[in-house]
Design a protein around this ligand. Sequence first.
Ligand SMILES: C[S@@+](CC[C@H](N)C(=O)[O-])C[C@H]1O[C@@H](n2cnc3c(N)ncnc32)[C@H](O)[C@@H]1O
Length: 219
Amino acid sequence: MSRMPEAIVSDREHAGRMDRMYRTQRHIYDVTRKYYLFGRDTLIDGLGAGSGSRVLEVGCGTGRNLALIARRYPRAKLYGLDISAEMLISAEKALAGRNAILKTADATDFNARAFGVDGFDRIVISYALSMIPDWDKAIDTALDALAPGGTLHIADFGQQEGLPPIARRILTAWLTRFHVTPRAQLMTVATAKAHERGMTLETTTLGRGYAWLLVCRRP
Ligand SMILES: C[S@@+](CC[C@H](N)C(=O)[O-])C[C@H]1O[C@@H](n2cnc3c(N)ncnc32)[C@H](O)[C@@H]1O
């Protein structure tokens, strides 16, 4: 595992907010989020990352997903970025002994060349768009970093469209405490962006709208 030295972070205020929250949270993050960040394992199952595939996780946090991806797809090449240098301390530990490259960077302002590659075969954004203020720019940036034939896999909170209103209100209030805003326009915006680029998009709803999964495919 190696940590690339230079940081590319354009939104310093947001980076500071994330670092303040995760400085302590990162120690209990994986245990406390195990069940409520639902759909992450389904996303990993669907990656189909073959030998030599370059797999990037945007907003990789503690490295929980990348560590599972490494186990599931041992021949893939792993890359991770996060705006929180604090989170990357945990990710470094989770990926010790793996051949992964981690970088402090902003999801709205990175490119594949900064990682020494010309594109990624798989890009994962798991429960990060709901925390990124300029989330639609993060989708553009990820789509632009896909190699031909590559896929972008997104998991995030849905609109809880099949849950009772009281459950929706409680969940929304709880998530706000953690700077999380489920993106009501996620499917519409991602579909438009994929189609603009001649890509296809598949969507899946889990747990009555608790979580949404999206896969954009570059031809
Ligand atoms: C809820 S955590 C999800 C972590 C991991 N993807 C998972 O599924 O467990 C969201 C992560 O997104 C990161 N993040 C938030 N805004 C970001 C941005 N603009 N650029 C990169 N990472 C960002 C946070 O620092 C945090 O690590």
